[in-house]
Design a protein around this ligand. Structure first.
Ligand SMILES: Nc1nc2c(ncn2[C@@H]2O[C@H](COP(=O)(O)OP(=O)(O)OP(=O)(O)O)[C@@H](O)[C@H]2O)c(=O)[nH]1
Length: 838
């Protein structure tokens, strides 16, 4: 038997019973705890006699323990009209049976208790002797407790004595109703017999239709009461404490499922408890939760345990996890060979576009007689019956930008090097970008038709960067081509196929498609159009998809020849029409089976994106490097090193690689000469790298991109400082950093040499403010710092000024530096002290 059942039996409140149990040495966790039979027996013996009389109020109707005193007494004090009605129904009958003569006419308005006392009325009446007092008081009955005036009469009721102290005011309320407070005594004594009498009295005394009317009236009030908000009723029940059985709001189940999103209120309902009780229990556990907050799962299992219910914590899937559920994997995987996807990279003007066009023209025209090629960001050519897909977005920036978005679409990189020009800075960058992505390279030595072409010089230069030609015993395929004369193209394509065989490129076409957006735009008349490269599965018209923060249904598929097609398999690029918005290049395009879920996922992504935008970028920085190493989220620190001269960049890279690295691996993914470019920032963003600049500055666009992408750029003028910072960051000892803030930039437009003052730079302030209060100025030539020092003078016309703002001209000179040239940029900066976030 459970505690509340016992309480019910005893007619006690749970909370009264529990202390009693404790006194008896029985410790229970809650009213739902189970009690042994012998304990129950003991408790019954001990408590039954004293609760017998009082207990009935709790449950008199169901148990038939007609508590003459308490039940009746409490009734009017209860604000719960519902109970009044129940009671009243019962007692209407005797009242109307006209047994109670004096109160007969009052009866209609009188509340339930009146009826109960009816039989006692005649006895009581003469004793109370206050018919006048009672009658005017009558209308009050329903609304409020009896006036204190009637209190003195209570002690007169002897048999009711044990009850009277407990409910003095309740006892009083009866008085005005019936005018016979002493009737309680009789009820207490004769409860059972009266019940019988009432029953008997009811039958003859109450005409049937009158009864019906009563029923209807009551029913009407019932429905009124139902409209009272649950909360209010709950509140009332708190005071009344009659709701012990009502605490269980739902039939109990042996086990219930909860999720981390289940609220306190929902949890209470699930386990059949009152939410307020759950909140109280949570408070006892030190958790302050409101009804609508999600339940703590540990607390949930403890509370459920107490009431003997098992809970199953279901991990609710949302967002990306949900995606896995709606992606039809089509059973066992059946991978099949797929065409390779190729990206062309190389230095400016080495012939990337020409090579792409040459392949497209010869091969596409060959395969499709008269086929008009259209520019869709990617195309497929057929070579000896096998297909090769080219991404028509040449350049490593586009490649890395896509990679930064998490899309790995390229299988092979073609590095175009002009035979007449040789290896150039962007050639090296391209090598680094391809290597950082782990994509194999094939070198196309282009422009071999040119008189000055020297392919061997190219091979030689490439070998210095780790690319050794197969012809020289290395493993890099190098093909001599001429995009102009369209020679060597077949051999290049064959090499691509060969390389793809080595890579064993496979994908399963028998499932829902997954791909990547190669490019997307808004087209007049067609709406948002995305070129999607299918990476696995088969994309079909009518498919439901989610891409980036959008979801929709494929309205039409157009291939690279402008033809409408019904489906596209792995490595095939297609234009997708039917998107609700323009996604970004690199976004994953996933077909799903449920449109509603697709929408949910897209919405969740949009929400997360907004949150991420608010939270700012989460990339690696030297400041939080140690913390990230500690939490295990960074195992390797990638670095992009840029310096003013080759020697410095190599020295820095060499020194960094020699740093003892126990906790984190250091890897220089790119080092080069010149200012920090957007391409460097993209590479760093895609590889979670930090950029170290030595004696150079970022280009303004690159600085803005780094800010937006959250890429940490560290600028140094002493190699030792750079090494020391990296070392300190790895050990978590990075001191509060002195972070530079650029105040303004001015461009030198004219240079004057004034005998006394030295060289004065006639400059125009491009942005910010050039101020004498700056910590220092730098002279920057082609993004390289050529001098760093202090302002010697700052003038507008002939006046010395403290600062000059954007859009104004000024004359300035720099301490101990006269080598200013037209075109130089003078950068004024200040140094802020920023505590390292460790
Ligand atoms: N003689 C000769 N000229 C070529 C060859 N390939 C390209 N060119 C020329 O080289 C110049 C640059 O070619 P593009 O294809 O625009 O070079 P790119 O690498 O795409 O240049 P960007 O798009 O600026 O990076 C053009 O004038 C082409 O005509 C070739 O094989 N032989």
């Amino acid at each position: 038997m459970r505690v509340y059942e016992l309480a019910k039996k005893l007619g006690m409140e749970n909370r009264d019973l529990i202390p009693e149990l404790k006194k008896m040495g029985v410790s229970v966790a809650s009213h739902s705890s189970a009690l042994d039979e012998d304990v129950v027996q003991k408790v019954m013996e001990k408590l039954a006699p004293r609760t017998k009389g009082a207990g009935k109020s709790a449950d008199e109707s169901s148990h038939g323990l007609r508590a003459a005193g308490k039940g009746a007494v409490e009734e009017p004090s209860k604000p719960d009209k519902r109970r009044i009605l129940i009671k009243r129904k019962k007692e209407d009958e005797p009242a109307e049976s006209a047994v109670i003569v004096p109160t007969g006419e009052i009866e209609a308005a009188a509340p339930a208790p009146a009826g109960l006392h009816a039989p006692a009325a005649p006895v009581h009446q003469p004793q109370a002797g206050e018919p006048t007092h009672m009658q005017p008081a009558e209308p009050l009955v329903h609304r409020e407790p009896a006036p204190p005036a009637s209190v003195p009469s209570a002690p007169a009721v002897e048999p009711a004595k044990p009850l009277a102290p407990a409910q003095p005011s309740a006892g009083v309320t009866l008085e005005p109703v019936t005018g016979k407070k002493k009737s309680m005594a009789f009820e207490a004594i004769e409860a059972e017999s009266q019940k019988d009498k009432l029953k008997k009295a009811r039958k003859p005394g109450r005409p049937k239709d009158e009864q019906d009317v009563k029923f209807r009236e009551d029913a009407a009030r019932w429905s009124d009461l139902r409209a009272i908000p649950v909360q209010r009723r709950d509140d009332r029940s708190k005071h009344v404490h009659h709701s012990a059985p009502g605490e269980i709001t739902k039939p109990r189940k042996k086990s219930v499922k909860v999720t981390p999103r289940t609220t306190v209120k929902e949890f209470a309902e699930l386990i059949g408890q009152r939410p307020a009780d759950i909140v109280r229990k949570l408070m006892e556990m030190g958790q302050m939760l409101t009804f609508n907050q999600p339940m703590n799962m540990d607390a949930a299992s403890m509370i459920a345990d107490e009431v003997g219910i098992k809970i199953e914590i279901a991990v609710e899937k949302a967002g990306e996890d949900l995606l896995q559920d709606v992606v039809d994997t089509g059973g066992e995987e059946r991978p099949e060979p797929r065409p390779p996807v190729v990206t062309i990279m190389g230095h400016v003007d080495h012939g990337k576009t020409s090579l792409l066009d040459a392949i497209r023209q010869t091969k596409v025209a060959e395969g499709e007689a008269g086929g008009i090629t259209q520019h869709i960001g990617a195309y497929t050519v057929s070579v000896h019956g096998k297909q090769v897909t080219f991404l028509d977005t040449p350049g490593h920036e586009a490649f890395t930008a896509m990679r930064a978005r998490g899309a790995k679409v390229t299988d092979i990189v073609i590095l175009v090097v002009a035979a007449d020009d040789g290896v150039m800075p962007q050639t090296i960058e391209a090598i680094h970008h391809a290597k950082a992505a782990g994509v194999p390279l094939i070198v196309a030595i282009n422009k071999i038709d040119k008189p000055g072409a020297n392919p061997d010089r190219v091979r030689n230069a490439l070998s210095e960067h780790g690319l050794i030609s197969e012809a020289w015993g290395g493993d890099t395929i190098m093909v001599e081509v001429s995009a102009k004369q369209k020679t060597g193209l077949d051999q290049l394509l064959e090499m691509i196929l060969l390389q793809s065989e080595v890579l064993e490129l496979k994908a399963d076409p028998h499932r829902q498609a997954r791909g990547a957006v190669v490019e997307a735009k808004l087209e007049r008349g067609r709406g948002p159009v995305a070129t999607v490269l299918v990476q696995s599965g088969t994309l079909k018209a009518g498919d439901v998809f989610v891409v980036g923060t959008f979801s929709g249904r494929v309205r039409a598929l157009i291939n690279d020849r402008g033809q409408k097609i019904q489906q596209a398999g792995p490595s095939i690029p297609v234009e997708v029409i039917g998107l609700p918005g323009v996604p970004s290049a690199g976004d994953v395009f996933q077909v799903v089976s449920d449109e509603r879920v697709a929408r949910e996922i897209a919405e969740e992504r949009a929400r997360k994106q907004r949150a991420a935008e608010l939270a700012g970028p989460a990339k690696v920085s030297l400041d939080d490097l140690f913390a990230k190493i500690q939490e295990g989220s960074v195992k390797e620190l990638a670095l992009v090193i840029k310096a003013d001269v080759q020697g410095s960049s190599e020295a820095l890279a060499g020194a960094v690689e020699k740093l003892p690295t126990e906790s984190v691996k250091l890897r220089v993914i790119h080092n080069g000469v010149g200012g920090i470019t957007e391409s460097d920032v993209l590479l760093a963003a895609a590889s979670r790298a930090i950029i170290i600049g030595f004696n150079i500055r970022p280009e303004p666009k690159a600085a803005a991109l780094a800010e937006q992408q959250g890429v940490d750029i560290r600028l140094y003028t002493i190699i030792y400082d750079a090494i020391a910072d990296i070392k300190a960051a790895m050990e978590g000892l990075l001191e509060p950093t002195l972070k530079e803030r650029t105040l303004g930039r001015a461009e030198v437009r004219q240079v004057f040499t004034i005998p006394k003052a030295g060289t004065v730079a006639g400059s125009y302030v491009l942005e910010g403010t050039i101020t004498r209060a700056s910590a220092g100025v730098r002279v920057i030539r082609d993004n390289v710092v050529v001098y760093q020092g202090k302002l010697a003078s700052l003038r507008r016309f002939k006046d010395d000024v403290r600062e000059v703002q954007q859009g104004y001209e000024c004359g300035l000179s720099i301490e101990n530096f006269n080598d200013v040239k037209v075109g130089d940029v003078i950068e004024a900066y200040t140094v802020d002290k920023i505590a390292a976030k460790l």
